[in-house]
Design a protein around this ligand. Sequence first.
Ligand code: C2E
Ligand code: MG
Ligand code: MG
Ligand code: MG
Length: 298
Amino acid sequence: NADVAMYRAKELGRDNFQFYAPEFNATVHEKFLLQEELRNALARSEFTLFYQPQVDLRSGRVFAVEALIRWKHPTLGLISPMKFIPMAEETGLIVPIGDWVLHEACRQNKAWQDSGLPPMMVCVNVSARQFKDSNLISRVVNALADSGLEAQYLELEVTESLIMQNVEIAVATMNELQSLGVQISIDDFGTGYSSLSALKTFPVVRLKIDKSFINDLATDEDDQAVASAVISLGQKLNLRVIAEGVETDEQIAFLRKNNCDEMQGYHFSKPVSAQDIMTLLNEDRGDDTSPGQRDHHQ
Ligand code: C2E
Ligand code: MG
Ligand code: MG
Ligand code: MG
């Protein structure tokens, strides 16, 4: 086909040839190369998990960490999940990648427990395609069995929009997960459109207020209205509420005043390596003052 040019993936240092139509722009081309790389990333062990602490607003204690994937590409450098998770979702690669995340997060949490840290939850993000995968339940069962982690220390984060794609099926899947003893939370809450009557039927333990409502919480009255509405909704439905993306004292003051339960954000710590979590939690145990600004790096 004359319209198809041949491109040698020299910069990738491999001997394979890839095809693209010349009318494709650089972005499409870049995306194509990245997809190719993504296919190999698991086998090449290029993924790692970082962990971000979640803090109880009343006691100041870390009770959980959220596992956040990082892709360390040998030549392209650190690639954000915002860039490759949607691509993994489109290609279906999210299923094996997500399975790796599940296993690794459970293994790491068990290792922390075995090293003497007080038990805490590990929260794992589950995207739409993973959630719809017919093997989801057995994947979760296997990750728990292989790691020896008790189900009560695993929480899965699903988004509101994922649930709303098909409420009936989503609730059935969540019920199955719940019967394993796994906890479920709703991520990015406020950005989707769950009806209040549907929300009542979800077997979830908490709502995560999306960080887009937290960013300007100190000054934006609309964001204040949304945040305080979500907090009182949580209270009425007997769900805990966590604010994500908390960076400033002003945001914390607002959340405390409105009886928010928990927070997660750079104010306490950026996502850090498994090793740095150990250091951070040991420090946390060492002194009884409430946590302040931490100086760990992403
Ligand atoms: P998310 O689940 O809503 O995770 C929270 C994101 O907010 C993380 O971005 C985190 O680093 C960032 N964040 C936390 N606190 C602050 C803060 O105070 N300020 C600011 N500006 N940002 C903050 P990250 O790690 O880049 O992940 C982005 C998204 O990628 C996640 O959003 C999640 O949807 C997805 N993701 C990450 N890891 C995984 C994974 O293992 N599996 C799946 N399916 N999705 C993942
Ligand atoms: Mg999340
Ligand atoms: Mg979130
Ligand atoms: Mg978010």
